[in-house]
Design a protein around this ligand. Sequence first.
Ligand code: C2E
Ligand code: C2E
Ligand code: C2E
Length: 89
Amino acid sequence: PTPLGPTPKLVIDLERMQQVPQEKAGPLSRYVATIQSQRGDYNGRVLSIRQEDLRSLAVIYDKSPSDLTEELINWGVLDPEARRAVDAF
Ligand code: C2E
Ligand code: C2E
Ligand code: C2E
């Protein structure tokens, strides 16, 4: 293991996501709602997503995965630790 430990998970803070203006968070909210529906996982305060899903979201937002990660960290939706998950791409 590296000194920094294993790659952190991408964990979406659903409460913070709901506080981001809809014109920004809309595509993310719809994507997350689809995953919740596929899993039948509606009651969490957070949702762990796949690394692959961040790539898909980056395409949707027309940004690189690392730029989208910075945006999500700015919104408070991802923890700053998530940078290490994206560096592992
Ligand atoms: P699937 O990809 O065929 O996965 C079937 C089941 O394997 C999932 O059922 C889950 O119990 C387990 N599974 C697969 N990958 C993981 C993983 O990385 N971590 C964990 N903890 N379990 C995993 P589940 O959760 O009911 O999901 C049903 C289907 O919904 C999945 O079929 C997949 O097609 C879709 N899905 C669910 N969550 C996600 C997601 O976060 N991203 C994407 N792209 N699809 C998802
Ligand atoms: P963790 O992944 O660090 O998650 C910590 C807590 O955050 C979870 O506690 C749960 O309350 C919440 N959480 C994280 N991701 C999700 C999500 O996608 N949906 C929802 N509804 N809540 C989420 P919990 O459930 O007591 O799990 C404790 C630990 O047990 C997890 O830590 C993880 O290490 C493990 N775990 C739980 N479920 C699974 C699973 O389906 N697959 C795997 N591989 N590990 C799991
Ligand atoms: P996790 O459950 O702790 O899984 C960590 C990593 O192990 C996943 O990263 C994936 O690379 C691998 N993995 C775990 N289960 C499976 C599986 O059934 N099939 C395959 N092919 N790989 C698996 P990943 O994909 O980045 O997912 C990160 C986290 O997102 C997962 O952590 C889990 O909390 C959540 N997740 C992803 N997909 C699903 C899903 O289909 N259902 C559920 N319930 N949770 C999922």
